[in-house]
Design a protein. Structure first.
Length: 557
């Protein structure tokens, strides 16, 4: 690791240091053409943007919302905001063209929540999106980048507010996590130390959106802090053609990347369907996080990618969240993924962790997510806040130097999760022989028939049914009616969909001790999700209860 001898304080300081290396960022456009941007050129362009912001009356500490796809203009505006001493807030893009009106309303709400002085928008969105009516001034990114000269710019301090990261959730529920420069740098340096990042050998490759913490902090700022090269793929290109991610890993000799579990599933399917000449032997870290980790998906990806030189030990389940800046635990890269088989009955009825064999009836496989990054601690607490011993499921709590200062302008919400020096994550898990094991979300726990049921398990089992779209299943309960419902997307037509729904219902009732009462199939692209692609179980339950879902097929027991 090349940077530990000189600790950083701020993001502008990190860019200045990276500018001396000759390395930089390669951005692929929609046609996968290469647009190189050295860190030196980025630093120079960022100063011009900072000058444009200062000319528009932006002061130190002002919040600047950024809205645009993954382009050089977005990167330049982002670092220009930091250079001006302001605080960037990268806003999410619309998931579907049909949601433009809802998307614009979301932009307005988040701009107001951040109390932004200015909204910087790419020309592409300004031309295509409906008018944005907000109290913040609006400027195009391209105009900001065309400023003449260089204004005198402030010097950021490690304790200054550096970034507001909106959490996943609906517009009304989403909160803005307040992070300082120290939070960002500390988290990245700690995580990098754990996996021995080294700019002389490492190349980052990412398709993740920059409005998501894993994309912006983990990939973009991670490469910057370690002065490593980075290749950025537009998110929409990956979703349309998942193979471009793996092609880029081969083409650029990528060593470091990250993705939610579904990304590895899409990549595995692409590799199996389209064999081609690839070299993945340089790939040494495949971070897997941000959603439940499916062991079958990991195994399937490792099996097909190993034919091209990928080492299965590179697959690294992790645990993190925005309130902890990003990373909390990481798995070792010199060991395979550790799978813990436990008795589902004990886990659901008493919260006890009892070892099981994969061949045992009623066993459940869980991925170990490794150990805390240096300087951070993880413990498991019960409802009363008491620490639980090993072998007991409870709430995952974290403390350390990269835990957020709090939610922006929301003291009540901050006090709910920051108690006695610990961040209460809202996630359930336990500490096992191979580190932290995550079981599910506390707020999504389903209690039926005396059992604590995890919707994640119903969703993963449903996704394995042929005809169901992977990553597009939501399970929830109607406790007052003692009913479990699973809603899944399919591309099948009505007649075929009926068979798929029945097959899914039978598979769940056969595989799990308490099967659902109903499986509902809907058309592709209709399930409610957050801007970062996370399932909105509460919203789906509301749609079901109100009758607003439009089923393609329904199977009931």
């Amino acid at each position: 690791m090349t940077q530990t001898s000189q600790r950083l304080g701020t993001i502008p300081e990190a860019l200045d240091r990276a500018a001396t290396t000759g390395r930089g960022i390669t951005i692929l456009d929609r046609d996968l053409g290469e647009h190189p941007l050295t860190y030196a050129d980025l630093a120079c362009a960022a100063r011009r943007v900072a000058t444009g912001l200062r000319d528009r009356g932006v002061n130190e500490g002002d919040r600047i919302c950024l809205l645009g796809p993954t382009t050089p203009e977005l990167l330049i505006t982002l670092f220009g905001t930091w250079a001006a001493g302001a605080v960037p807030v990268v806003l999410s893009l619309p998931r579907r063209i049909s949601e433009l009106d809802e998307f614009i309303a979301d932009v307005v709400v988040r701009t107001e929540k951040a109390e932004a002085t200015l909204l910087a928008v790419s020309n592409l969105l300004l031309e295509q999106a409906p008018p944005i009516k907000t109290a913040a001034r609006i400027a195009s990114m391209e105009e900001l980048a065309s400023a003449d000269g260089y204004a005198e710019l402030p010097e950021a301090l490690p304790g200054d507010l550096a970034y507001l990261q909106f959490t996943s959730g609906t517009t009304t529920q989403s909160r803005a996590v307040a992070l300082t420069h120290r939070h960002l740098v500390t988290n990245l340096e700690s995580a990098g130390e754990m996996v021995s990042l080294d700019a002389e050998r490492d190349v980052f490759v990412s398709w993740l959106p920059l409005f998501h913490d894993m994309g912006l902090i983990g990939m973009l700022l991670g490469s910057l802090v370690y002065t490593a090269d980075l290749v950025l793929i537009p998110t929409e290109e990956f979703l349309g053609r998942p193979g471009v991610w793996i092609d880029a890993m081969s083409r650029f000799g990528g060593t470091i990347t990250a993705s939610p579990n579904f990304g590895y599933g899409l990549a595995a399917r692409d590799l199996a369907a389209k064999p081609r000449a690839l070299d993945l032997s340089s790939w040494r870290l495949a971070a897997n996080g941000a959603e439940p980790i499916d062991i079958e998906t990991c195994d399937r990806f490792c099996a097909v990618a190993s034919e091209y030189g990928f080492q299965p030990n590179a697959m690294s389940p992790m645990f993190g969240l925005a309130e902890a800046t990003l990373a909390v635990t990481l798995s070792r890269t010199d060991e395979p993924v550790h799978v813990e088989w436990v008795q589902r009955d004990a886990l659901e009825k008493t919260g006890e962790v009892r070892p099981a064999s994969p061949l045992d009836e009623g066993s459940r496989a869980l991925a170990a997510c490794g150990y805390p990054i240096p300087g951070h601690e993880v413990t498991i607490k019960d409802e009363q806040g008491d620490t639980l011993g090993g072998g007991r499921v409870g709430e995952i709590c974290v403390r350390g130097p990269s835990i957020m200062a709090g939610y922006w302008r929301n003291e009540d919400a901050t006090n709910d999760v920051l108690r006695d020096g610990w961040l209460h994550t809202g996630d359930l898990g336990y500490l096992g022989a191979n580190g932290l094991v995550v079981c599910g979300r506390k707020k999504d726990m389903i209690i039926l028939g005396g059992r604590n049921l995890y919707p994640e398990e119903y969703e993963l089992h449903t996704e394995r049914v042929p005809g169901v779209r992977r990553g597009n299943v939501i399970a929830f309960a109607l406790p007052e009616r003692e009913r479990m419902v699973v809603v899944a997307e399919t591309s099948a037509v009505a007649g075929e969909a009926e068979s798929i729904a029945r097959l899914a219902l039978e598979a769940l009732r056969r595989s799990l001790p308490r099967g659902p009462e109903e499986v509902v199939l809907v058309a592709a692209g209709t399930l409610p999700k957050t801007s970062s692609g996370k399932r909105q179980r509460g919203a789906c339950r509301e749609q079901y209860a109100s009758g607003s879902l439009e089923p393609v097929a329904v199977a009931r027991r």
